[in-house]
Design a protein around this ligand. Structure first.
Ligand SMILES: [Zn+2]
Length: 356
């Protein structure tokens, strides 16, 4: 498949991203759209064709631009590198599937068919024409063979370490595209904040801002300064300390006031220092309590950041009780959904809290 043949694919992606609805989505909504566009690509295009790298680069560029700026054009620098966005959520990413590696994993299927001597006409043909009883894992193609065949042989070299005695090393010797993809992923340590941020009860738009906050990637004044953007460096809200993530989210008098109102509402006080570690280790008797507290913590981080931005752009500060009120409304809506309500009704604490 040549680059020109993929124009329709790229146009289709751009038209979805430029549609009226896509422009007004939040970060969390954009992430879902990017995942749906890419999954369509994986389930149809890469299954049938070998997509040229130039096209994969273009598709990833469009998705990356859209995720960070809401447009297919480059309007702002990404806060997190695309390689990291493509990591699993438990390793600090957003779980977006990398086109490049999915395409390699897809080609890995041909490598496995040849290694497993599958009963296909094509396998018999390549054995007869190219391999000719040589050991497949050591086989080297000549320069006169086709581009597709050389590409498959190159992928074979990438997967070579995954074969033990001619058998795929995982999944009971059976290769699948999903398993090949996960095998290709570099070893990355698990992040401590995974159980807090990606708890199923957290509101998606809150989780997204929480994900950026945990990595220190919100555009606070200290970060802007590190990019060479001149600013006074003072906290937008109290004007008494330098603005960084720790101060803005936990130590500022404004945020402290918000946290104390949250503790009061939840009738439960948790530590702000080492918050993620505490949450990970916390053995709570009821599942719903842990879910509500995760949703409340991440929700408050979102609202403090939102209040800071309003203060910066409109020079007005939302009262802490007002953001708590808004958070309560959001959590009540979240936990009154049919999938949650039964669990809530089993806990007196949760029923009182959410006025169910
Ligand atoms: Zn402050």
């Amino acid at each position: 498949m040549a680059i020109g043949d993929c124009t329709r694919l790229v146009e289709k992606i751009i038209s979805r991203i430029r549609s009226w609805g896509a422009r007004s989505l939040s970060y969390a909504g954009r992430l879902i759209l990017v995942q749906s566009v890419l999954s369509q690509l994986h389930s149809y295009w890469t299954r049938i064709f070998i997509i040229p790298l130039t096209v994969i680069d273009r598709v990833e560029r469009i998705c990356r631009n859209y995720l960070w700026s809401g447009s297919d054009l480059y309007l702002r620098a990404p806060a997190v590198a695309w390689e990291k966005v493509c990591r699993e959520k438990k390793c600090g990413g957003l779980g977006v599937v990398s086109c490049r590696e999915w395409n390699i994993a897809m080609l890995g299927k041909y490598v496995w068919w040849i290694a497993a001597k599958a009963d296909h006409l094509w396998i018999r043909w390549v054995n007869h024409i190219y391999i000719k009883n040589q050991p497949w894992m050591d086989y080297k193609p000549t320069t006169t063979t086709s581009w597709t065949w050389r590409k498959i042989c190159h992928v074979k070299d990438q997967f070579k370490d995954g074969y033990v005695g001619g058998n795929w090393c995982r999944n009971q010797g059976r290769y699948t595209v999903a398993d090949g993809y996960s095998w290709l992923q570099p070893e990355a340590p698990k992040v401590t904040w995974y159980p807090l941020i990606w708890n199923a009860s957290v509101v998606p738009k809150h989780a997204y801002i929480g994900w950026l906050a945990m990595q220190g990637r919100l555009l606070t004044k200290d970060r802007l300064g590190s990019f060479g953007i001149q600013n006074d460096g003072q906290c937008e809200i109290c004007q008494a300390h330098l603005e960084n993530h720790t101060h803005m989210l936990y130590l500022c008098c404004y945020s402290q006031h918000c946290w104390s109102l949250l503790w009061e509402w939840l009738d439960y006080k948790f530590p702000l220092i080492g918050l993620c570690d505490w949450f990970r280790r916390w053995r709570c008797k009821t599942l719903i309590k842990k879910q509500i507290i995760a949703a409340a913590i991440v929700g408050l981080i979102y609202h403090i950041w939102f209040a800071r931005n309003i203060c910066r752009l409109e020079a007005r500060l939302q009262a802490p009780w007002a953001i708590l009120k808004q958070l309560k409304v959001e959590l009540q809506a979240r936990f009154q959904r049919p999938s949650k309500i039964e669990l809530v009704q089993k806990s007196v604490w949760a029923c009182q809290l959410l006025a169910v």
